[in-house]
Design a protein around this ligand. Structure first.
Ligand SMILES: [Zn+2]
Length: 245
């Protein structure tokens, strides 16, 4: 089978935390290129400054319900990024993964069916263990790979779109990252970053710059042409569930 409307591969991008600064920076670039985005939201942090202590994004204002509804009306999607952004264990999973879904749905007044693992992939097993009970149909991780149509929807991989990767490699930014692999595999890239800013990333391992974001979009469109489906992740999950299974 192929992707929607006969497309050969899929491109998505997600922004963890959902900083309000996206509206001044990434969102205009999305509008310019017609690519929908997606925000992973900490359930208790809608329309308030980011609380997670020590986070590179601590204190930054998070999108409000009204702003999120505006983005959703433009084709963006949302996922639940836990209740507090704590590391997920078997002990706190009920609160962080199960209860957080209801809290976020109430805060946004919209359904939320995707979970986004906070912190590191060490939080993944305990998140996954309760995902079905919580009512999620999919989980975003930070395992770095291309997804395919047969991929486990409860272990979706994401491709970090960062200015520089961690030691010991310090890999330079690559606007082509995984694109040719996705084309060959008929796959699905889900890019991962936080809040691209002009000229300098907030954290070089967690973000790219606004210029690099635009370079990525230009590369996706130039290389992908008519073959790439530009979609936010929930839409792709729904397509897979409705078409294949
Ligand atoms: Zn996060």
């Amino acid at each position: 089978m192929t992707w929607k409307d006969g497309k050969r591969w899929v491109y998505s991008i997600t922004y963890d935390e959902g900083c309000e600064a996206l509206l001044d920076n990434a969102v205009p670039v999305h509008r310019k290129y017609g690519i929908p985005g997606h925000v992973a939201l900490v359930a208790r942090e809608v329309g308030v400054p980011r609380m997670a202590a020590g986070s590179s994004y601590e204190g930054m204002m998070i999108l409000s319900r009204e702003q999120i509804h505006m983005l959703v009306a433009e084709g963006w999607g949302v996922s639940c990024h836990s209740m507090t952004h704590a590391a997920i264990t078997d002990e706190n999973a009920e609160y962080e993964v199960v209860e957080s879904r209801k809290v976020l749905e109430d805060a946004l007044e919209m359904p939320v069916t995707m979970f986004c693992v906070p912190n590191s992939n060490e939080s993944y097993p305990a998140s996954r263990a309760v995902a079905h009970k919580a009512g999620y149909n999919s989980i975003l991780t930070i395992y770095d790979d291309v997804n395919i149509i047969e991929s486990d929807l409860l272990r979706l991989c994401r491709c970090p779109l960062h200015t520089e990767y961690p030691p010991p490699f310090y890999s330079a930014y690559d606007p082509y990252k995984r694109i040719h692999q996705a084309i060959d595999a008929g796959g699905w890239i889900i890019d991962y970053c936080h809040c691209p800013m002009p000229d300098r990333p907030i954290h070089p391992w967690k973000d790219c710059t606004l210029q690099q974001l635009e370079e990525r979009f230009q590369t996706v469109l130039r290389v992908g042409g008519d073959d790439v489906w530009l979609a936010e992740p929930n839409e792709v999950v729904e397509y897979i569930l409705n078409t294949k299974r």
